[in-house]
Design a protein around this ligand. Sequence first.
Ligand SMILES: [Mg+2]
Length: 274
Amino acid sequence: MIKIEQYKLLMKKIMCSLIGIAFIFSVTAQDSISIKQAESNVKTLSILWQQHAAEYRALCYQAFNLAALRLSEAVKEKKNGDQLAIITDLDETILDNSYSEAKLIKEGKSYTPASWKEWTNKSAATGVPGAAEFLQNAKQKGVSVFYISNRDTSDRQSTLRNLQNLHLPDADLTHMLFRTNTSSKESRRITVMDKYKVIMLLGDNLGDFMEVFDGKNTAVRKTETDKVQNEWGRKFIVLPNPVYGEWENALYDYDRTLTPVQKDAKRKQKLIAY
Ligand SMILES: [Mg+2]
């Protein structure tokens, strides 16, 4: 009789433990789903802003209108023998790639080098508002355009087709300096500066302008930005990109091993409240 009671008690304990474990798993699964959803939502709003907010277009036009003004000033100040050039980034400065990220979100997938390759092979990026007109204007004024991009060199042909489709000037391989062994653009900028007087740099990422921003944390990025306050809107023309970039990598302290849960925690940790 005692043995039966003990057996019943043991079974009860086992059942309670199993229910507890099942509950924990269920909560954890729900958490990971909600975190995954949150990750997706973070990107979704940014992409929607890029694709649908007229404010985004207005900011792009504002950047290129200002660039056109600086271009005219530089051309007026040109001295005999000066060979003028503009250095520009491509992605989210001249080319709009939001379609690639939008497709990933719709399919519940994450960015991979293969997903990016699938997109670039299509040569289907559209022009950032105002970009083509500005670059064509520069070329008409006798200014060369160099495209310094961190796209892989294996993307050069597909990107060239894309630039040609958009009727961009200097769309040829000699004007396209793509990433080889380093993501820093400094050595490629120097290559251009050795032969040309660079009057302007355009980009959506601070590494498009100066090496000093490469790999720096958010505080240093701000300090270095302040140090060259007068260059923004003059020699440096910045385009808006809320979707991705070093600004986001800096938030995560450039730790590419973080899980979505850890990224979410980092984001919340970095929020500045009153
Ligand atoms: Mg870019």
